[in-house]
Write a protein that binds this ligand. Structure first.
Ligand code: FCB
Length: 444
């Protein structure tokens, strides 16, 4: 018997998270425009299983039954994302009311079930037309994002609990724009900073648009991780870890929380990259957020690597003795506590309340003890940070159900609910029942 689960305060949000491209399917329904993920997944060789998200969980048609799963899982909150090209097929200008109606019904469906809505505006599915015009390399995309945020906030802002502006700008930059394994498939290290700057600028503009239009809490969520030196006694490895920490964590956190870049960003990218920055941008990006979203899966280990490595570090395989998910990701729950304590230590009064907006693991079985143990340990890590005084308002499991896991297709299964992709049948896993007990306070 493990110890009893710590007690969580009343009003704590227990949720699950999903994203539009990963679950909706119906890429052409009701006037939707193409997104960069529609384009990318149809390019041969991009998705390990050869699949696309054309059907995914068919959630666009099955949304009402899917929302019925949430009370079964004990959720009082749900994080989903809106597809920008469903609402603005051209990226800007013409609003497709049928697309907006879909999310309007979804929000009403959540409220009817007593579930708080946490919409994310951007979970990586940029309208293809905007990509054709330069995507996140262009300032105009940040401005278009603010316009889209305003359209959405005007329509559903009266009924949602909070808006998440961007999902994981860090992963979108590294996997989508540097390594080329996610949409849009770019491999341009030189201009990575442009992608970061314009996403963060879009975030700041969107926070302002949301506050003006709907007066609702707004914040971004990023994938954050402690970066560990593979050999903690090696000075080179420690420096390498610090360098990756800058690129993975600080270059996103400092601008949004402190309104300035870390000093080493300038040295890292050089003056050409920084040309995209205009007077006043730092203030926009640093617009006070109402919360910070933390997506946590595992820490990362690094070594110094070869001296000619342009990044100044190399990602190392995790220590062999750690348990690993079906995806091969190591399980290190105490790193989540370290991360949350570090946020408070580094940002002190600039740190708003935190929501853990993604945490979970890939495990295929229906009787998924592995996931239960993973979630149990990570929820305890959250409780530990709270007991140390970190203001954490909710915990969202990734994911509600198995879905289209980007470049892995449906081969990686993160759901509390199993999906049979041949029949679209949903079946609650053991972990789903465990989550319901957790949320109901029955484990404490
Ligand atoms: C995160 C993404 C989410 C999902 C999980 C497993 O990086 O935000 O869409 O793919 O990883």
């Amino acid at each position: 018997m493990t110890d009893r689960m710590p007690h969580f305060p009343a009003g704590f949000a227990w949720g699950t998270a999903t994203s539009s491209y990963q679950i909706e399917g119906s890429p052409h329904a009701d006037g939707k425009g193409a997104s960069i993920w529609d384009t990318f997944s149809h390019r041969p060789g991009t998705i390990a299983t050869g699949e696309t998200g054309d059907v995914a969980c068919d959630h666009y048609n099955r949304w009402s039954d899917d929302l019925d799963l949430l009370p079964q899982l004990g959720c009082n909150a749900y994080r989903f994302s809106l597809s920008w090209p469903r609402i603005l097929p051209e990226g800007t200008g013409h609003v497709e009311s049928r697309g907006l109606d879909f999310y309007d019904r979804l929000v009403d469906g959540l409220l009817a079930r007593g579930i708080a809505a946490f919409p994310t505006l951007y979970h990586w599915d940029l309208p293809q037309v905007l990509q054709d015009a330069g995507g996140w390399y262009e300032r105009s995309t940040a401005e278009a994002f603010a316009e889209y945020a305003r359209v959405v906030a005007e329509r559903i802002g009266d009924r949602v609990s909070a808006f998440v502006t961007l999902n994981e700008p860090g992963i979108h930059t590294s996997l989508g724009h540097v390594l080329g394994v996610h949409a849009p498939g770019a491999t341009d290290l030189e201009r990575a900073y442009w992608v970061i700057h314009h996403q963060l600028l879009g975030h700041g503009l969107a926070v302002r648009a949301i506050h003006e239009t709907a007066d609702k809490p707004a914040g971004l969520t990023n994938n954050l991780a402690p970066i560990l030196a593979l050999d903690p006694s090696s000075r080179e490895d420690i420096l390498a870890a610090d360098r990756m920490d800058l690129l993975f964590n600080r270059q996103y956190l400092d601008p949004v929380l402190l309104g300035r870049n870390p000093a080493d960003v300038e040295a890292t990218y050089g003056p050409t990259a920084l040309q995209v920055v205009r007077e006043g941008d730092a203030q926009i990006i640093g617009t006070r957020m109402d919360f910070l979203g933390v997506n946590y899966y595992n820490p990362q280990w690094v070594t110094a690597g070869a001296p000619d490595n342009p990044l100044g570090f190399e990602i190392a395989p995790p220590p062999k003795d750690l348990p690993r998910s079906a995806f091969g990701w190591p399980v290190v729950p105490e790193s989540l506590t370290d991360l949350l304590l570090r946020l408070r230590a580094d940002y002190t009064r600039a740190l708003p309340p935190i929501y853990v907006l993604e945490n979970g693991t890939s495990w295929p079985d229906m009787h998924d003890r592995f996931r239960i143990d993973y979630l149990d340990a990570h929820v305890r890590s959250v409780a530990h940070a709270m007991a140390e005084g970190v203001d954490i308002r909710g915990y969202f499991c990734w994911s509600l159900m198995d879905n289209f896991e980007w470049a892995e297709g449906t081969s990686q299964r993160f759901g509390l609910v199993h999906v049979d992709f041949m029949t679209q049948q949903r079946t609650v896993r053991d972990s789903g029942r465990w989550f319901a007990d957790l949320a109901a306070g029955l484990l404490g």
